[in-house]
Design a protein around this ligand. Structure first.
Ligand code: GTP
Ligand code: MG
Length: 309
């Protein structure tokens, strides 16, 4: 809100209209068309043109030196999985400043990893806080108590540091993700991990059939961009889970593919494929990572956390 009210001529009422039409910041206005702003706010064309010009003039276009990028990289921390093999696969754990995705079939352990990361983060950084966006009603405080206790934490304290929100549908989920920024900038919460479990379930359930695919992908894209921005602006880890579907036309190799297509694939910085292995084990395969070699590791979900096999 504060950013767009800095535009000359934009008062509270116009700002309200802009925000409800999805123009939250200078960037969204800088890249908007004159007509769309007129439509959203009812201002004249010339005012609309001036708003766009102001946004463009005052927008930090985001170029930075390689050295500045390097400095930012030095601030990146890793959230441990509590399991050596899994940590090694990721050279230490799940990175902040990135979207990390685990996809796999039901029961492959995605939700478990989310719970484990939350408690492991609190173990390594008592000042950190976690946001858990729960779309499938699978967040379990009892599980946090088990994991926190095994990690030597006070479980009540741990639970108090995790903020849980249930998302009732995809729009609600998107709104919750947008609100995280406020928790940090307005309320001063030191959030270092945002879990979205599951990223795609609502979208998948609400947009059925080929005809709705484009719209679904468009919304998902907006959601991913919100999450991506959160992760990089606040140097926090966004951990998302994703289901798989079977590819009926695939005869060789693994016939499963992640939901969300290219939109999710490109937005996730790290992608991990989880599957069930032999004798109740789980296999994590690193599919996509900017600076790490592909690889696999094997672990077990136990009461106290993830265990090397
Ligand atoms: P969907 O959300 O259905 O797609 O599955 P998911 O990938 O999120 O699976 P989830 O993380 O819920 O994994 C469930 C599995 O974790 C169970 O089948 C158990 O094998 C294991 N698990 C969960 N809790 C415990 C526990 O307290 N002890 C042990 N030993 N295993 C557990
Ligand atoms: Mg789950």
């Amino acid at each position: 809100m504060s950013e767009i009210t800095s535009i000359p001529g934009v008062g509270a009422a116009t700002a309200e209209k802009l925000t409800s039409a999805g123009y939250h910041d200078l960037l969204s206005i800088a890249v908007a068309s004159i007509g769309s702003l007129v439509e959203a706010t009812g201002v004249s064309e010339s005012v609309s043109r001036k708003m766009i010009q102001y946004a463009r003039d005052n927008l930090n276009m985001g170029f930075e030196s390689g050295m500045a990028v390097m400095k930012k990289r030095e601030l990146v921390t890793k959230i441990s999985t509590g399991c050596e093999g899994f940590n090694n696969l990721l050279e230490g754990g799940f990175e902040t400043g990135a979207i990390c995705e685990c996809f796999g079939e039901f029961g492959s352990g995605k939700t478990q990893v989310g719970h484990v990361l939350a408690t492991q983060l609190l173990k390594s950084d008592p000042e950190a806080r976690v946001v858990y966006i729960d779309t499938e009603n699978t967040f379990r405080p009892e599980r946090i108590i088990q994991l926190a206790t095994a990690a030597g934490l006070d479980h009540e304290e741990a639970l108090n540091k995790i903020m849980v929100a249930k998302a009732f549908n995809s729009d609600h989920q998107m709104l919750l993700a947008e609100k995280v920024d406020e928790l940090i900038t307005r309320d001063g919460q030191n959030i270092k991990l945002v879990v979205v479990d599951s990223l795609t379930a609502h979208f998948r359930a609400e947009y059925i059939g080929r005809g709705t695919l484009a719209e679904r992908q468009q919304k998902l894209n907006r959601h991913m961009s919100t999450l991506g921005k959160l992760s990089s602006t606040h140097n926090l880890c966004v951990f998302v889970t994703n289901q798989v579907m079977s590819k009926p036309d695939q005869f060789f190799g693994d016939p499963t593919t992640a939901i969300g297509g290219h939109v999710v694939a490109h937005a996730s910085t790290f992608r991990i494929y989880l599957r069930k292995g032999k004798k109740g084990t789980r296999v994590a395969k690193l599919i996509d990572a900017p600076n790490l070699p592909d690889g696999e590791c094997c672990f077990m979900v136990t009461e106290g956390g993830l265990l090397d096999v």
